[in-house]
Design a protein around this ligand. Structure first.
Ligand SMILES: *[C@@H]1O[C@H](CO)[C@@H](O)[C@H](O)[C@H]1NC(C)=O
Ligand SMILES: *[C@@H]1O[C@H](CO)[C@@H](O)[C@H](O)[C@H]1NC(C)=O
Ligand SMILES: *[C@@H]1O[C@H](CO)[C@@H](O)[C@H](O)[C@H]1NC(C)=O
Length: 349
């Protein structure tokens, strides 16, 4: 656990805590978890939208528990809510980016609903209807996978005058949108090590790569002539974006009076799982960190390679971590509620 003081002003005001009995960093026990993001977090919102001709759920909609999310099971966010006994309000939508004014991605006849233009306004409406009290609520955002990915930054399909820094800025501004509505307690989950996602790895079958077309990026092979370079480009977006978060997010958020921020190192944790899978994955051997379990044709006919061994895989499909990876993320994320955890840095001014 790290408590870091941020500016000269913060240095004099903030206490750098060390040793002694642990005091809850937040000064409260949260009753609610509000999550924003993409398919890594989505519990069924995209399914609702595609099942209802593109209509988003009505105001005050309470989402049922999703048993079959993009991880092949429950979402990490649900596991967190269960273990911390909090109410989950999950606005994440599969396919989402931070802003459709930066990296719009096509969904049906429109665009995937984005964090800044859909998810946060939807929460705003619900928060009044459902009387979600900001003082009892932890807000978290995990976005970027699609923003930097296929049909967006990495394939140069962003809008003019847009680069990685606009995406990271959008994430910080999304937190500010919430701050303006009264939110004070934030978690920012940094980007996953996507340079190891089979979708972005060399297309050779022996490397577990996604070869040929993919449901997640249909025209990949027409756009990408050099997959080694693709892997490097994705890696650079992740590295650079996370480095920006590391300095920029605390510098901005802790300027907002009364705001507290936890930066959760999804990258570090997931890399550790990739490097030491037997410490985390628990299906039957062999454990698999390079391939993936669920293989789909372009019309979404999917087949699991080892349906009995879902917990042996890091990747459920070519882009999404498995449910077991989600359980690990949830276990580590839940520590944030107590102001603890080796993958999290805490900031306040
Ligand atoms: C992206 O960020 C750069 C650097 O801050 C800025 O000059 C540019 O206007 C931004 N683009 C958009 C579309 O906001
Ligand atoms: C593909 O990209 C890699 C990494 O940038 C480079 O080393 C390699 O020469 C490229 N291959 C071709 C065929 O251009
Ligand atoms: C793996 O561990 C999780 C708890 O982290 C448990 O829920 C799951 O059933 C385990 N999987 C197997 C195959 O034992």
């Amino acid at each position: 656990m790290k408590f870091l003081a941020l500016s000269l002003v913060a240095l004099s005001a903030a206490s750098v805590e060390a040793g002694g009995p642990k005091k809850n960093f937040w000064g409260t026990n949260f009753k609610n978890l509000v999550a924003f993001g993409d398919s890594y977090t989505d519990e069924g919102r995209l399914n609702y939208i595609s099942g209802n001709n593109g209509q988003v759920p009505p105001p005050g909609y309470i989402q049922p528990i999703g048993e079959n999310t993009a991880s092949g099971g429950r979402s990490w966010a649900r596991y967190v809510a269960t273990s911390t006994k909090t109410k989950l309000y999950n606005y994440a939508v599969g396919g989402a980016v931070c802003s459709n004014n930066l990296t719009p991605r096509t969904f049906g006849n429109g665009l995937f609903p984005s964090v800044r233009e859909y998810e946060i306004p939807a929460y705003k409406t619900d928060s009044k209807l459902l009387k979600i009290k900001p003082s009892e609520t932890l807000y978290t955002i995990w976005i970027g996978t699609n923003d930097i990915g296929g049909n967006a930054l990495v394939s140069r399909e962003q809008l003019p005058n847009v680069g990685l820094v606009n995406v990271t800025e959008c994430v910080i501004q999304s937190l500010n949108d919430l701050y303006q509505q009264g939110a004070r307690n934030f978690v920012l989950q940094n980007m996953a090590p996507l340079q190891y996602a089979p979708l972005y790895v060399t297309g050779e079958p022996e490397n577990g790569g996604e070869y040929g077309k993919s449901v997640f990026w249909g025209d990949r092979d027409e756009q990408v002539k050099n997959i080694t370079r693709l892997t490097e480009e994705i890696r650079d977006f992740v590295w650079n974006g996370n480095e920006i978060y590391k300095y920029k997010a605390p510098a901005e958020v802790t300027k907002w009076k009364g705001a507290k921020l936890a930066v959760f190192d999804s990258y570090g944790l997931m890399l550790d799982i990739l490097n030491r899978p037997s410490a985390y994955l628990n299906g039957s051997a062999p454990l698999d960190t390079t391939g993936y379990n669920n293989h789909c044709t372009l019309d979404w006919q999917c087949k699991m390679e080892r349906p009995q061994d879902k917990d042996s895989y890091f990747w459920y499909d070519s882009l999404h971590p498995s449910e077991q990876v989600g359980r690990v993320i949830a276990r580590e994320f839940a520590k944030i509620f107590k102001g603890e955890g080796k993958w999290t840095s805490f900031y306040k001014n």
